[in-house]
Design a protein around this ligand. Structure first.
Ligand code: ASN
Ligand code: ZN
Ligand code: CA
Length: 333
């Protein structure tokens, strides 16, 4: 019979050497995580449909850190799913994407030179391309956290993936991507407020998105404006990402884990941060108890303020910081 064991070893491309939960039957091992709802990781081997084959081998050491070894991306994806599961379980008591204890699954090596990753509600799975030259798979920890969080959003608020609610949906994935990365404590992929800093998606070492000042990517918006709902959801996410950074760390310049940030505010007034854990908790509670499929920026402000009031009181520094951070991204009363 298959049993859960915690002593698989992953030699990942982005997160160094990690422990993986795998399943063993006799002398065969698979990327099946029975500690986390049976989450499985499959090798599409450049196909684009179905599940390909479950990663399976006679050794319980997976990958060698290089993208030319097929199991390396498998190790990264399996690790990212486990870390995301653990974040939601340990911080919020949420057992899996739907809160029902059930694992999803991951598929790696999707297509050729495919520079994207995505969540699908219909398969209840996430899929990763191999990136440019099939050498930069989109399997970093923050991308895994981002994609799995699309599943959580779908199972909770159900934010429609267009207009302002689409931007909030995207920002939710970025917010928890960052939270997962910090929570993991991984010493190779250390926590930051950058999205996709490990996958070199631009070919020049820059990340995909920045939460301190989203416009650093050349397309995202730092602040809300009437009509922001008409742009791509990966850019209209900017104000909520900016809000999360301001609420966590405060405005102005700061260096965290060796990365420099400088977060300005729309109104020029300072914001005093309350720390990332409280900021993420406020967003999680708003997502799961206040937001609906049509929540826009104005109602995200109302919902997060309601949560802050319930958690800390309306006279608290936390409540004031939530309001100041929204003013800092031009979402007003
Ligand atoms: N990687 C993208 C995302 O998760 C895929 C998409 O555009 N939906 O946002
Ligand atoms: Zn997304
Ligand atoms: Ca990151």
């Amino acid at each position: 019979q298959w049993q859960a064991i915690e002593n698989g070893i992953g030699n990942t491309q982005y997160s160094g050497q990690v422990t993986l939960s795998t399943a063993q039957s006799g002398s065969n091992y698979t990327l099946t995580d029975n500690d986390r709802g049976g989450h499985k990781t499959y090798n599409l081997n450049h196909g684009t449909s179905g599940t390909g084959s479950l990663f399976s081998q006679s050794s319980d050491t997976w990958g060698n850190g290089s993208p030319s070894n097929a199991a390396t991306a498998g190790a990264d994806a399996h690790y990212g799913a486990a870390e995301t599961w653990d974040y939601y379980k340990e911080v919020y008591g949420r057992s899996g994407i739907r809160g029902d204890g059930r694992g999803a699954y991951s598929r790696v090596h999707y297509g050729n030179n495919y520079v994207n990753a995505f969540w699908s509600d219909s398969c209840f799975c996430m899929t990763y391309g191999d990136g440019s030259g099939n050498s930069k798979p989109l399997t970093s920890l923050d991308v895994a956290g981002h994609e799995m969080t699309h599943g959580v959003t779908s199972a909770t608020a159900g934010l429609i993936y267009s207009g302002e609610s689409g931007g909030l949906n995207e920002a939710t994935s970025d917010i928890f991507a960052t939270a997962v990365e910090f929570h993991s404590g991984n010493s190779t992929d250390v926590g930051d407020y950058l999205i996709g800093e490990k996958i070199d998606i631009n070919g020049n070492g820059t990340p995909l998105r920045y939460q301190d000042k989203p416009s650093r990517d050349g397309a995202s918006k730092d602040n809300w404006y009437a009509g922001i709902g008409n742009i791509d959801v990966h850019y209209s996410s900017g104000p909520a990402n900016h809000w999360f950074y301001l609420l966590s760390e405060g405005s102005g310049a700061k260096v965290i884990n060796g990365v420099s940030y400088n977060s300005p505010t729309a109104d020029g007034l300072p914001v005093t941060g309350i720390g990332r854990d409280k900021a993420a908790l406020i967003w999680y509670k708003a997502l799961t108890t206040k937001f609906t499929s049509t929540t826009n920026y104005a109602s995200a402000r109302t919902g997060t303020l309601a949560v802050a009031g319930e958690l800390y009181g309306t006279s608290s520094t936390e409540y004031k910081a939530v309001a100041d951070a929204w003013a800092g991204v031009a979402v007003g009363a």
